[in-house]
Design a binder for this molecule. Structure first.
Ligand code: NAP
Length: 241
């Protein structure tokens, strides 16, 4: 049995979240792997972590739902689990030029990122304060730092998440809880299936897209004791883009 606190990773069933689950399990954290709908993908990640000797439990809920998401997190706490690491990774993109952007594309993207952050983070903050230890890691995007064409909704959501990161870091620093964001550039996952990758790669100084494992290794470092003095930061990982 591990002595590290549990790590809750939202959207842990695929892509970057799945890689973060593996990296945090390798660092000794029992994993609470959240996903919304793709149970088969979640089971695959669970099996991969268990094959490496890690502990993992699946937690199905929609982070954007203001009733079921906080209730699901509270139910885990009520079992007596110590959740010391939270990675707010769940996110969706619905790209459209702004004049074409319907209400659904606006609100589903902003709700998943911003309401998701609120719904899942808030129940965990007081228990972390009582323990005087915690790590909150928010997966933002370079689109939230620089803005991006066709992504007014996504850029707004991720910029908001970066603002929330900085503000919450100031509130929690004296309780030994760090709050940081990672802003990846293009990363090889299902999310970029329809992106013009060849064209974008020409603009990336590193001349390649990122790997989920690279984002995961930074997340694992931010969760480690060695990162205790880093808080309120948004670390861009984009191959120099
Ligand atoms: P992905 O491959 O599309 O995976 C998304 C994950 O989020 C899935 O596990 C999905 O679960 C889950 N999810 C989506 N909506 C959810 C909800 N409402 N509640 C709970 N889980 C939900 O995406 P990814 O590329 O790994 O992206 C992960 C994060 O990195 C996102 O926040 C994304 O914005 C950010 N990011 C990605 C890139 C990139 O190039 N890939 C770049 C910068 C930032 P189900 O499968 O069950 O729906």
């Amino acid at each position: 049995m591990s002595t590290r606190p549990h790590a809750l990773v939202t959207g842990g069933s695929r892509g970057i979240g799945a890689a973060i689950c593996v990296a945090l399990a390798d660092a000794g954290h029992p994993i609470l792997l959240n996903y919304r709908s793709n149970g088969a993908a979640a089971e695959e990640v669970k099996a991969a972590i268990e094959a490496r000797g890690g502990e993992v439990r699946l937690c199905k809920f929609d982070v954007a739902d203001p009733e079921t998401a906080p209730a699901a997190v509270q139910a885990l706490l009520d079992e007596g689990l110590e959740i010391g690491v939270l990675v707010n990774n769940a996110g969706i993109a619905k790209d459209e030029s702004f004049p074409q952007m319907g209400w659904d594309a606006w609100q589903s993207v902003t709700r998943t990122t911003l309401d998701g952050f609120y719904n899942v983070t808030r129940p965990l903050v007081m228990p972390m304060c009582r323990k005087r230890w915690g790590r909150i890691i928010n997966i933002a995007s370079v689109s939230g730092v620089n803005g991006n064409k066709g992504q007014v909704n996504y850029s707004a959501a991720k910029a908001g998440l970066i603002g929330a990161t900085k503000a919450l870091a100031i509130e929690l620093a004296k309780r030994k809880i760090t709050v940081n964001a990672i802003a990846p550039g293009l990363v090889e996952t299902d999310m970029i299936e329809t992106a013009p990758v060849e064209m974008i790669v020409k603009m990336i100084p590193a001349r390649r897209i990122g790997k989920p494992e690279e984002v995961a290794s930074l997340a694992a470092w931010l969760a480690s004791d060695g990162a205790a003095y880093v808080t309120g930061q948004c670390i861009v990982m984009s191959g120099g883009l």
